[in-house]
Ligand binder design. Structure first.
Ligand code: NDP
Length: 476
């Protein structure tokens, strides 16, 4: 069993007031790692150091070019240690080794991207009637409190850490209690690369105490949260008294919309991965498959047949495509939704069989779904796809938008005009055409409605981690 410290102002703390946290392997429920957990004393020490770092500018006054150099070293270290990260993600999050290797590479790419962006986020000079120079600067926002979930723990951590650090801010990151290991490893990479210790704290600990105290502390200037919509909404209210800046990346119930003119073979081949990858534990999962009535039956049969071919099993096996769910409770939620779907009159066409010793579940295709059913309205966060018929383009847009979420989606069509019309009419932060992928490092990512506020990735993320400051130089 591996033991890990937490990091308080860059210092590895093995004996903490928060005790220890056992981390389990979702593939067999064994305890695989033990992590020191933050208590109030460690949180306070991290915040004292971070706010002193923000005040002294120990990191913020390092030139943006040099901050970029440090992050570039971090990206190189991530590549050197990619296998360690990948296997930790397999062991503690249940990701397949193929996905985890991709994720490890993507982490390095994200850090590289913000290394390059560090000295390119510029302000402006604005003409004014009185003589002088009106300068609009972008300055570090201050201490950043970062909260990440368990579904893509190491990658989502870099989406927050890299732009926050590129902009010169100290960071205090709280990983999900189910998956804290890679966050500590990532903190160590940042320190090894040369980020000043005072600017880096990684605090595993309960969301309800350490997480809540972190985001409500007045020394924290900016909160970035990814997780459940209900938690995000709660946190938005909790940060209001301090008027703390907050960005939220929350849940989804995205649609893959299959038009009859699409390359149906390509759609059938791709769509299972857009909903079942990572065992469906993906905020971008296209868990509603909207299919034109004229091809609905043929598509559903082919989609179910393709789904049955997915290789579910041991995540450390390179040929495995779908690993376990994160916990027994997470699997139970999916199973409950299948019962609800049957009770509401839908048909489970394939999948839905659990297996052990870990939290495996055969991906399930549910047909005959009406968008009013719970299986179509609620984020399940498991391998359950609801296939819903639509009549025409307007109906597809109506159904896609009839959701409290608006995160991602895919249009399957060869009609460019249709792609433009529907792509702009569906209220989601990201829409892809003829591809599953929603997330690209260079492009903004985030949601409408209960899917969140603010955008991560791309240059847009830099705005969250800086504040505008107006400086007027009089020429009188
Ligand atoms: P949460 O939103 O509760 O957790 C996400 C992160 O927030 C974790 O680090 C958690 O810490 C932390 N957290 C929880 N409560 C607070 C709080 N009051 N203040 C500060 N931080 C807090 O999601 P869960 O992990 O509990 O998952 C619940 C459901 O949310 C899932 O079943 C899934 O449906 C959905 N979900 C959606 C995600 C998405 O990206 N859309 C991501 C994760 C979950 P800790 O782990 O210690 O509780």
């Amino acid at each position: 069993m591996r033991r890990h410290p937490l990091l308080v102002a860059g210092e590895a703390v093995t004996t903490s007031t928060g005790g220890e946290l056992e981390v389990r392997n979702p593939a067999d429920d064994s305890v695989v790692d033990v992590v020191a957990q933050a208590g109030p004393a460690e949180l306070e020490a991290a915040l004292v150091a971070a706010s002193a770092a923000a005040d002294s500018g120990v990191w913020g006054s390092v030139s943006a070019t040099d901050r970029g150099r440090v992050l570039r070293r971090a990206a190189d270290l991530l590549r050197e240690r990619a296998e360690d990260f990948a296997w930790a993600e397999v062991r503690t999050a249940g990701h397949t080794i193929a996905d985890a290797r991709w994720e490890a590479g993507a982490m390095a790419d994200v850090v590289d991207y913000y290394a390059g962006a560090a000295n390119k986020h510029t302000g402006s000079v604005v003409p004014t009637p009185d003589p002088g120079l009106g300068l609009v600067l972008r300055v570090p926002v201050g201490v950043c409190g970062l909260i990440v979930p368990w579904n893509f723990p190491m990658l989502i951590a870099t989406w927050k850490l890299a732009p926050a650090l590129a902009c010169g801010n100290p960071v205090v990151l709280k990983p999900a209690s189910l998956t804290p290991v890679t966050a500590v490893m990532l903190g160590q990479v940042l320190l090894d690369a040369g980020v000043p210790p005072e600017a880096v704290s990684i605090l595993p600990g309960p969301g309800s105490s350490i997480g809540e105290s972190l985001v409500t502390d007045p020394r924290v200037a900016k909160v970035s949260f990814t997780g459940d919509s209900a938690t995000g909404s709660h946190l938005m209210a909790r940060v209001a008294p301090n008027v703390t800046r907050i960005s939220l990346e929350l849940g989804g119930k995205s649609a893959a919309i299959v038009f009859p003119d699409a390359d149906l073979e390509a759609a059938v081949d791709a769509i299972p991965y857009s909903v079942f990858a990572n065992a469906g534990q993906d905020c971008c999962a296209r868990s509603r498959i909207l299919v034109h009535r004229s091809v609905y039956d043929d598509f559903t049969a082919a989609f179910a047949a393709r789904t049955e071919q997915l290789v579910v099993g041991d995540p450390s096996d390179e040929s495995t495509e779908i690993g376990p769910l994160i916990t027994e409770a997470q699997r139970a939620t999916s199973l409950d939704y299948l019962d609800v779907a049957r009770a509401e009159g839908a048909e489970v066409v394939c999948g839905g069989t659990p297996s052990g010793p870990g939290w495996f579940l055969e991906p399930a295709v549910v047909a005959g779904v009406d968008n009013e059913m719970r299986v179509a309205r609620e984020e399940i966060f498991g391998p359950v796809a609801a296939v819903i018929p639509f009549e025409d383009e307007a109906d597809a847009v109506r159904i896609a938008n009839d959701s409290e979420y608006g995160l991602s989606g895919t249009l399957w069509t060869r009609d460019l005009g249709r792609a433009v019309r529907v792509g702009t009419a569906v209220r989601t932060g990201v829409m892809s055409v003829n591809t599953n992928r929603s997330v690209r490092t260079e492009l903004p990512f985030g949601g409408f409605k209960r899917s969140g506020i603010g955008r991560e990735l791309g240059l847009a993320a830099l705005d969250h981690y800086t504040e505008s400051k107006t400086l007027f130089l009089s020429a009188d």
